[in-house]
Write a protein that binds this ligand. Structure first.
Ligand SMILES: [Mg+2]
Length: 213
């Protein structure tokens, strides 16, 4: 085997990132808070790198609204945290084949809170949530932390992602290989990836084919 570990991104990789639902959820929160909240949230440096209540406080959301906003956010994330077709089977298969399986996601705390009740629970050997480690992709530390949890060297691991947050270049920078995923019949979502020179797949099961090459 060329690699010992396969590390996945979450949004638009293992699950769909439905931009309309995400925008609707943020709109709902914005309507609740008002007073320019949306802009403050978009500028927030902690929304993905700290517990959600810390991020809400930084965005000047009154504490009496935190509970309602958290509930609303959890409803959205619960609907979003649904594995793409073939994802669960592929994660299981990788482990059966002897690979270690990791997750590195840039996310708010909501994802980590809901993780144990999601279909992904128990399918990974290491899970790294930016909201709990305090840094995001493409910070080298987030990849190195995951490799350390897995007990592998970066060169023994391959990262799979849609390329948000410059995550593919970030993986390569620490010595991992990287596989680009995008939707069938569409190009990559993010700038600079149209001429991606590494492997690409249009489904999670496609990763198995790349590994067999
Ligand atoms: Mg992604």
């Amino acid at each position: 085997m060329r690699y010992r570990a396969v590390v996945f991104d979450l949004w638009e990789t293992l699950i769909d990132w439905d931009r309309e639902s995400a925008a609707a959820m943020l709109h709902e929160v914005d309507a609740l808070v008002g007073d320019g909240f949306g802009e403050r949230w978009n500028r927030s440096s902690t929304r993905y790198n700290a517990p959600i209540r810390v991020a809400l406080a930084e965005a000047e959301v009154p504490e009496e609204l935190h509970e309602e906003i958290c509930a609303l956010r959890l409803r959205y994330h619960r609907r979003a945290l649904v594995p793409r077709e073939g994802a669960v089977e592929t994660l299981r298969r990788l482990r059966e084949d002897g690979y270690l399986v990791g997750l590195i996601t840039v996310c708010s705390e909501d994802v980590e809170v809901l993780w144990p009740e999601s279909e992904f629970a128990g399918l990974f050997d290491a899970e790294v949530f930016s909201s709990s480690v305090g840094y995001s992709k493409p910070d080298p530390r987030i990849y190195l932390h995951c490799c350390e949890l897995l007990g592998v060297e970066p060169r023994e691991a391959v990262f799979v992602g849609d390329g948000a947050n410059d995550e593919l270049a970030g993986a390569r920078q620490v010595g991992m290989d990287a596989i680009l995923i995008h939707r069938e019949g569409e190009g990559p979502l993010w700038p600079g990836l149209d001429d991606w020179d590494g492997p690409r797949v249009t489904s999670i099961p496609g990763v198995l084919d790349v590994l067999e090459r």
